[in-house]
Design a protein around this ligand. Structure first.
Ligand SMILES: C[S@@+](CC[C@H](N)C(=O)[O-])C[C@H]1O[C@@H](n2cnc3c(N)ncnc32)[C@H](O)[C@@H]1O
Ligand SMILES: [Zn+2]
Length: 306
């Protein structure tokens, strides 16, 4: 971080632990898992290594790839999507969602006796929600999992207690059994069996999914991907074998978005693959400069079934 006036630098100065990305990796290494042999990892010189000699070098930007050999790499978000996501989130439009995730985590944090509990964010992207959690959970450490290297570069800088790991969340997660007290999953793919494996027996999973009303003023006008009416039921169905829902927060609020905000919002998500920017600009030209748009999500906490 070159300028002390940038937001990330301010957050670092306020943090109780003046660690860097690699230090978070050192703290969390023993809870990570070698993708080749499932052994635990220790920090080596700018790398992580297991007892069998498998070695994973840190990228220049501080994250590390823990990918099984000979696997086709998962397609994470491209660099331009990540820039759009960072721009949109930094403007604070989804701050009420981050606050709801913090609130959902509070009862879980209150019950842990672990001196350095860890939270794993599946599909963490820039680490926006993970950093929000770590600002609140002062003794916790966070693992950002994502397939996108441009996203993980940002996650490393989002909070000093974040270790950022490139992986495919549809494969065995590079996390030891029962190593996480909390798993969070915000608008991202979720792998129920693996989440259950990495959670401690008293651990919890917080899932954020959009409702059919999410961005409803924009979806039909801009041709964005809508949310299926049974989205929440489908999430429950994929998790119900291993988890029971214990808390539900319906979070809905109106945002006032500029055309630039809307362009970033479209470009940061799955609609980016379906909608042409030029078409979005044409549609926007017919809309007012400030557009009221509803955000509507379910924030649900699940516990492992006994
Ligand atoms: C819609 S974004 C949400 C990101 C973040 N949770 C947020 O809300 O800001 C989904 C994220 O999942 C990641 N992703 C998609 N498929 C993945 C996979 N198979 N393995 C790991 N990450 C994946 C993408 O790179 C992207 O960062
Ligand atoms: Zn190994």
């Amino acid at each position: 971080m070159s300028s002390p006036s940038r937001p990330g630098a301010r957050r670092r100065a306020r943090s109780p632990i003046p660690a860097t990305g690699p230090t978070a990796l050192a703290v969390l290494a023993a809870r990570l898992r070698c993708p080749n042999c499932a052994g635990s990892l220790v920090p080596a010189d700018r790398a992580l290594a297991c007892a069998r000699g498998h070695r994973f070098d840190l990228a220049r930007q501080g994250h590390v790839a823990l990918l099984a050999p000979r696997r086709k790499r998962a397609a994470g978000d491209a660099a331009d999507m990540v820039v759009s996501r960072e721009t949109f989130l930094r403007a604070g439009h989804y701050a009420p969602i981050a606050a709801a995730v913090q609130a959902a985590a509070r009862p879980i944090a209150a019950r842990t006796a672990d001196a350095a509990p860890s939270v794993v964010d599946l599909g963490a992207s820039t680490g926006y929600y993970l950093a929000a959690l770590l600002r609140e959970l002062r003794a916790w450490w966070g693992v950002a999992l994502d397939a996108s290297a441009p996203a993980l570069r940002r996650a490393v800088r989002a909070h000093p207690r974040i270790a950022a790991i490139a992986c495919d969340v549809w494969q065995p997660l590079p996390i030891q059994d029962a190593a996480a007290r909390l798993v969070v999953n915000v608008f991202a793919p979720r792998n129920g069996p693996e989440i259950a494996r990495v959670l401690s027996p008293d651990g919890a999973l917080i899932v954020v999914t959009p409702t059919p009303r999410h961005l409803h003023q924009l979806v039909p006008v801009l041709g964005m991907l809508g949310v299926a009416p049974d989205k929440r039921a489908r999430v429950h169905a994929t998790l119900s074998a291993r988890f029971e829902a214990v808390d539900h927060r319906a979070v809905a609020f109106d945002m006032t978005l500029t055309h630039q905000d809307v362009l970033a919002l479209v470009a940061m998500g799955p609609s980016a693959h379906h909608v042409e920017t030029a078409a979005v600009r044409r549609h926007l030209a017919r809309l007012p400069a400030a557009i009221r748009v509803t955000a509507s999500v379910d924030v649900e906490t699940f516990r492992r079934r006994a």
